[in-house]
Design a binder for this molecule. Sequence first.
Ligand code: NDP
Ligand code: OXD
Length: 309
Amino acid sequence: MALIFHSKIKRDDWWREVLGKVLPGMEVRFYPEIGNPDDIEYALCFAMPHGVLSQFKNLKGIFSLGAGVDHFFADPDFPKHLPFARVVDDELTARMSEYVLQHVLNHHRYQADFDLQQKDHVWKERFPPAARNRKVGILGLGALGQGAAERLKYLEFDVAGWSRSPKEIEGVTCYHGADQLDEFLARTEILVCLLPLTEETTGIINKDLLAKLPEGAAVINPGRGPHVVPEDLMTAIDSGHISSATLDVFIQEPLPENDPLWDHPKIRITPHVASVAAPERVAALTAENIKRIENGEDPLNKVDPERGY
Ligand code: NDP
Ligand code: OXD
């Protein structure tokens, strides 16, 4: 029995050790060292090159190394019929919540303006409203959106969220579906995108959506790069309608050196670090899911290929 592993971040020794502890009978092969493809029964990966997974004719299950799965569905040969699971994990959620809190607080407290003022030695006060009067809106109320909403509520922000299906979450004003998007946007002063990337959500943060946010709103995107149309975001910031933005994810990663986003004075960039799942936790989840599949059960956190997330 062999498992094929692939990650964008090279830490093969670490993964070999943690997977070895929880899957003692499993041979772990690190892509591109596939060996005999017929030995491969499981895949644990992120951004596997397209066409690779479909070569494994004895594959029984596929596990994403992360929460997002868009990179799998982008592969035209992705074997959609196989059990397929992603990571849902308290620690990954907690890390994402930290990121969201950090950047919501920066926007709430006008930190981008103060950074620019500091460069010019300008002393100009501006006080934010109390958190309870600051409206934060989260696109996506799944594992990560709900986690972030909980922490924001703790700081007393006025939190709303938007999802595909209706939700009831105590202390969060919930909107859903295309019909309620405009109402959600009209009340959102700080927009956080925690949607999965699907056909429906690609390019969602475009000029039309940005125009529906109130004057001075800020945007935070730790979802996926293609959620945002970067030219529309820069135009909306340059016009003054949007005050500032924080982006963690990009259409092309690493963000090319000559990309204008790097130098925009009102855009803060982080290199896709909003959250990550610890290898020990992913390894334990993988072992549990292999056990389940071997017993003929569904894996935990199963992805629905029809919905795309
Ligand atoms: P979930 O699948 O748990 O939640 C997705 C949410 O988005 C759900 O509330 C879902 O609605 C909603 N949604 C999906 N499609 C639509 C739509 N068309 N219209 C309205 N709402 C929609 O995902 P997670 O919370 O676990 O993760 C979200 C994303 O965060 C990941 O897909 C990944 O892209 C990104 N991510 C980024 C990281 C980083 O470091 N930058 C790290 C980890 C994840 P419903 O509840 O009705 O299904
Ligand atoms: C993820 C990610 O999807 O790291 O987990 O982006």
